[in-house]
Design a protein around this ligand. Structure first.
Ligand code: GDP
Ligand code: MG
Length: 441
């Protein structure tokens, strides 16, 4: 009897585990996919290595090849890596006026993103925003921001010819305080590549403004050099987050993974076009699928896993409906519950059991209790486990003592065993349409 049940539960592991060779072979393809998505070489290498250690020995789902299983593991690991801590897209903009410093290379999309973000803060969060361009290098840059400001209905700092970036930043701060703004955004000038002068300039501005957020704007289509840029800005300026632009293009967005790996800072937003509302909160799931480019395999594995879970639940319910439920079964159930994150996790898998899961939880089913209950069953003899009716006073005393617990705790366990047996029987009938027929009468 117990063998049959354990067969159901262990099927996943008995299907076989991923060998080192399986994992290596599949990861070779994954590595190529990452490089094709423009993930930087060292980042791709490190990532693949980390997954290799994690994947070897993991179970392979029935009807899935080892290679497909590895792809799914990689996909999940990608999401994990891309996910930053905290709320996606959240900005620290309490204590007005909160300065936001926008940095990045020329042409990365700083000015556009400054305006997009200002619009978002105004429309979504009801913030009063002041924008200031510190770009004294390109003559048209300040006008560009002023025009965007008019377009989106956000104030810009009046342009004063002959000021340097630090002077403009100071004036923006004063104006933001006096004007009662919630946020002021500083759009800095960029160079085509990192240079000392640019970095010194941005440092000086940072020291004057003391920004609450420093957002690095990176072109999502740039590949290998994006890493160098991010490293430099993060080391010298200290960034609080990243915005990836041009994610509306054909690129697979590997820069996202590189950025996370190199800076450790969250990617907060993605730019999806030139229009002012083309800015979205970063979604790791979406980008992970795009970087890997193996969405169909991931979907296939997910489907197979769902099917198996449903099959397992159904088999179990059939058995329970027949009243085949002794202490061995209960022990296995309890162990399974522990594995699956408690009773709720398990019942959540079965259709129509949500309400019951709540009741069982209210009855006090946490991990500690589960472990104590398992210990009680372990203290029973084989015969007793197979036939709980044997459990009379003297046996109960022995069992409780063996587990270092009170008889009252064993009584509770036995009561639960009876209740669960009844519950499962009812569920079985419901599954066959019994309840439904009754309701239709
Ligand atoms: P800056 O030099 O860093 O200030 O860059 P700009 O904000 O001036 O942007 C340079 C160009 O990129 C402009 O033509 C923008 O319209 C364009 N751009 C910025 N963000 C995006 C984006 O998310 N998608 C697309 N397709 N174009 C963008
Ligand atoms: Mg600009």
């Amino acid at each position: 009897l117990s063998e049959r049940l354990s067969g159901v539960f262990d099927r996943l592991t008995k299907q076989g585990a991923l060998s080192e060779e399986d994992v290596k072979t599949a990861l070779r393809e994954v590595r190529v996919a990452l490089l094709e998505a423009d993930v930087s070489l060292p980042v791709a290498r490190d990532f693949v290595k980390a997954v290799q250690d994690k994947a070897t020995g993991q179970a392979v789902t029935k009807s899935i090849t080892p290679g497909q299983q590895v792809v799914k593991i990689v996909h999940d690991a990608l999401i994990d890596t891309l996910k930053g801590e905290g709320e996606p897209g959240a900005l620290k903009i309490d204590s007005p006026p909160a300065p936001i410093l926008m940095v990045g290379l020329q042409g990365s999309g700083k000015t556009t993103t400054t305006a997009k973000l200002a619009k978002r803060l105004k429309d979504r969060d009801g913030k009063r925003v002041l924008m200031a361009s510190l770009d004294v290098n390109r003559p048209a840059a300040m006008e560009q921001l002023a025009i965007l400001g008019v377009q989106i209905g956000v104030d810009t700092l009046p342009i004063v010819k002959g000021e340097n970036p630090v002077q403009i930043a100071k004036r923006a701060k004063t104006q933001a305080s006096m004007g009662g703004y919630d946020v002021y955004m500083l759009d800095t000038a960029g160079r085509l590549s990192i240079d000392e002068e640019l970095m010194r300039q941005v440092e000086a501005v940072r020291d004057v403004a003391n920004p609450r957020e420093t957002l690095l704007v990176v072109d999502g289509l740039t590949g290998q050099d994006a890493v160098q840029t991010a490293e430099n800005f993060n080391d010298r300026i200290g960034i609080s987050g990243v915005v990836l632009t041009r994610m509306d293009g054909d690129g697979r967005g590997g820069a996202a993974l590189s950025m996370r790996a190199v800076t450790g800072k969250p990617i907060k937003f993605v730019g999806l076009g030139e229009k002012m509302d083309a800015l979205e909160t970063f979604e790791p799931e979406r980008i992970a699928g795009r970087i890997l480019g193996m969405g169909d395999i991931v979907a296939l594995v997910e489907k197979a896993q769902e099917t198996i879970e449903a099959e397992q639940a159904e088999k179990m319910m059939k058995r329970m409906a027949k009243g085949q439920f002794n202490m061995n079964d209960l022990k296995m159930q309890l162990e399974q519950m522990l594995k699956m994150g408690g009773m709720q996790g398990m019942m959540g898998m079965m259709p129509g059991m949500g309400k019951m899961a709540k009741q069982v939880e209210d009855a006090g089913f946490d991990d500690k209790i589960l472990k104590r209950q398992i210990a009680l069953i372990q203290s029973m003899t084989k015969k007793e486990r197979a036939n709980p009716a044997l459990l009379q006073a003297s046996r109960k005393k022995r069992i409780a003592k063996g587990a270092g617990m009170e008889v009252s705790e064993l009584n509770k366990l036995m009561k639960m065993h009876r209740q669960m047996g009844d519950m499962m029987k009812k569920m079985g009938k419901m599954g066959k349409g019994g309840m439904l027929k009754q309701a239709m009468k």
